[in-house]
Write a protein that binds this ligand. Structure first.
Ligand code: SF4
Length: 340
């Protein structure tokens, strides 16, 4: 596969076009075709000289991966990509009545290795910047409509791939024009990364995936907690709120009999008593039957949400979209790998 031009910033493209004898402003035209108009081939860049288009086509690709499958359901479309080193990863667009939200992957597999997550079964490598922004460019072109929200909630822990994450956020906000308030970074709880994002991108939204308010239980479910204990995560969130003045979204997936009891509600309330947070309570999408982790019933989930609300916190029950197409993070890739 040819090198992806997405890896080059404007200065890099200016250098390439001027080496070929063209004016440097041609680089801006290339950037506009790709990032603003979503062109996926150089031939269609009609305001570039034909020889320059040919040169670019012979020396660069636009996307750094190939699409190998797409799956559609009523309210989602999910893509599987293959990289130049033969790795598979995925992203998903979720359609809401008024907007499309794109869920981006930042790693292939995930080093956090949560027990109940298909992405955590293995970790291969970080996705490079061009592989992350490429998901956006491909998805927008494929669905032929605007993507108004970005969530870094696909495969991987974004705060363990910070350099590529920040470069992607810069391009999304500064070149493509997505408001940072419509971008959410979801973390399993990496304290240093939480402080970094507070200082570097204070307008971007932060979500914490919190599987349990219990330190011991968390160590069993989320092995990275042995390195980053919950107390440190909570302290970093406090600092995050002080610096950004943002509310934090707490993503809480209910696991039947593990974290969905009344005691868990009380611990959650006490953990976040003085912090501006809102709870997104999510019904678990089982990764397979072997894990012996099951979904809480809707009635129990609604009761859980109601108790959170009574404490004065905002809370919603979110039914995970895309379950029919293995829509939870990493599931599609896992199904694909098993079928090979
Ligand atoms: S839930 Fe998130 S942090 Fe945990 S293994 Fe899966 S992708 Fe990684």
């Amino acid at each position: 596969m040819l090198p992806s031009i997405l890896d080059l910033d404007i200065k890099g493209i200016e250098d390439i076009v001027s080496e070929q004898g063209y004016e440097r402003y041609r680089a801006k035209q290339v950037i506009e075709w790709i990032y603003k108009k979503g062109k996926l081939d150089f031939d269609g860049m009609s305001n570039l000289p034909a020889e320059l288009r040919e040169f670019l086509s012979c020396n660069f690709s636009i996307l750094p991966f190939e699409i190998i499958q797409s799956y559609k359901s009523e309210d989602t479309v999910k893509f599987l990509f293959r990289t130049d080193d033969d790795m598979i990863f995925e992203s998903v667009v979720i359609f809401h009545p008024d907007r499309g939200i794109l869920c981006l992957s930042t790693q292939i597999g995930c080093p956090v290795r949560c027990r109940f997550c298909a992405s955590g079964e293995n970790f291969y490598r970080n996705l490079r910047y061009e592989e992350i922004i490429g998901q956006y460019i491909f998805a927008r072109n494929y669905i032929k409509r605007d993507i108004r929200g970005i969530v870094f909630m696909g495969m991987g822990e974004p705060l363990l791939n910070e350099e590529s994450l920040y470069r992607t956020i810069d391009v999304l906000t500064e070149i493509i024009g997505i408001s940072p308030r419509h971008i959410t970074v979801s973390t399993s709880g990496i304290p240093k990364g939480i402080l970094n994002i507070a200082r570097r991108n204070p307008k971007v939204r932060l979500a914490l995936s919190l599987w349990t308010p219990e330190e011991e239980e968390r160590e069993k479910l989320v092995p990275v907690s042995k390195i980053y204990p919950l107390s440190e995560v909570i302290e970093s969130l406090r600092r995050y709120v002080e610096i950004t003045k943002n509310r934090v979204s707490i993503e809480y997936t209910l696991l039947k009999g593990i974290n969905d009891g009344i005691g868990d509600v009380h611990k959650l309330i006490s953990l976040f008593r003085d912090m501006p947070v809102f709870f997104n309570v999510i019904l678990y999408n089982p990764k397979d039957e072997d894990t012996k982790i099951y979904q809480t019933s809707v009635e129990e989930a609604l009761r859980f949400v109601d108790l959170l609300k009574r404490s004065g916190k905002e809370a919603h029950l979110r039914v995970s979209k895309g379950g029919k197409i293995s829509g939870a993070c990493g599931q599609l890739r896992a199904v694909y790998e098993r079928s090979k």
